[in-house]
Design a protein around this ligand. Structure first.
Ligand SMILES: Nc1ncnc2c1ncn2[C@@H]1O[C@H](COP(=O)(O)OP(=O)(O)OP(=O)(O)O)[C@@H](O)[C@H]1O
Ligand SMILES: [Mg+2]
Length: 139
């Protein structure tokens, strides 16, 4: 007898409109198992979880929960099938750029943009990106 799969992804591609973040994702989680998803900052972990929760439509492929296919971008349907997303959160101004966020923060701190970049050099390349478009770890 095959073990019942609680969650299955088949040929899943996730991303934002024309921007594909990860593709060809295939996995199945049997009942009673825990799956941990590991990867570097920006790899697409949160994008995948947001897609599984139906908050972001997949670009291709299928999400199946307890045998029922979840239509793309339907959070209520996903939730009714038992999918719950518990997000982390950060106090950023999503519409402001990285540099603008740091400028706001520097009004209550002695650190400016250059000092922060000394500690997190990867931010130098992202200074004009909106904070809301960064990955979680980058935020
Ligand atoms: N709202 C968005 N619009 C456009 N691109 C985005 C958006 N959110 C994230 N991205 C981009 O998608 C890619 C994957 O981001 P994601 O947040 O899924 O990564 P992650 O694996 O969760 O990283 P982390 O470990 O830092 O949390 C990154 O390049 C990120 O900049
Ligand atoms: Mg993340």
């Amino acid at each position: 007898m095959t073990e019942q799969q609680v969650l299955e992804c088949r040929g899943l591609s996730v991303g934002y409109g024309a921007v594909e973040v990860a593709r060809d994702i295939d996995f199945a989680v049997p009942a009673g198992h825990v799956l941990a998803l590991l990867g570097p900052n920006g790899a697409g972990k949160t994008t995948l979880l947001t897609t599984l929760a139906g908050l972001l439509p997949q670009l291709a492929g299928h999400v199946v929960v307890e045998g029922e296919e979840i239509p793309p971008g339907r959070p209520r349907t996903a939730n009714k099938c038992g999918v719950v997303l518990v997000p982390d959160d950060r106090a950023l101004f999503a519409g402001l750029t990285v540099r603008e966020n740091l400028r706001v923060a520097s009004s209550s701190s002695s650190m400016g943009f250059d000092e922060v970049v000394d500690i997190f050099p990867a931010l130098a390349r992202r200074d004009t990106v909106a904070a809301g478009d960064l990955s979680g770890g980058e935020q």
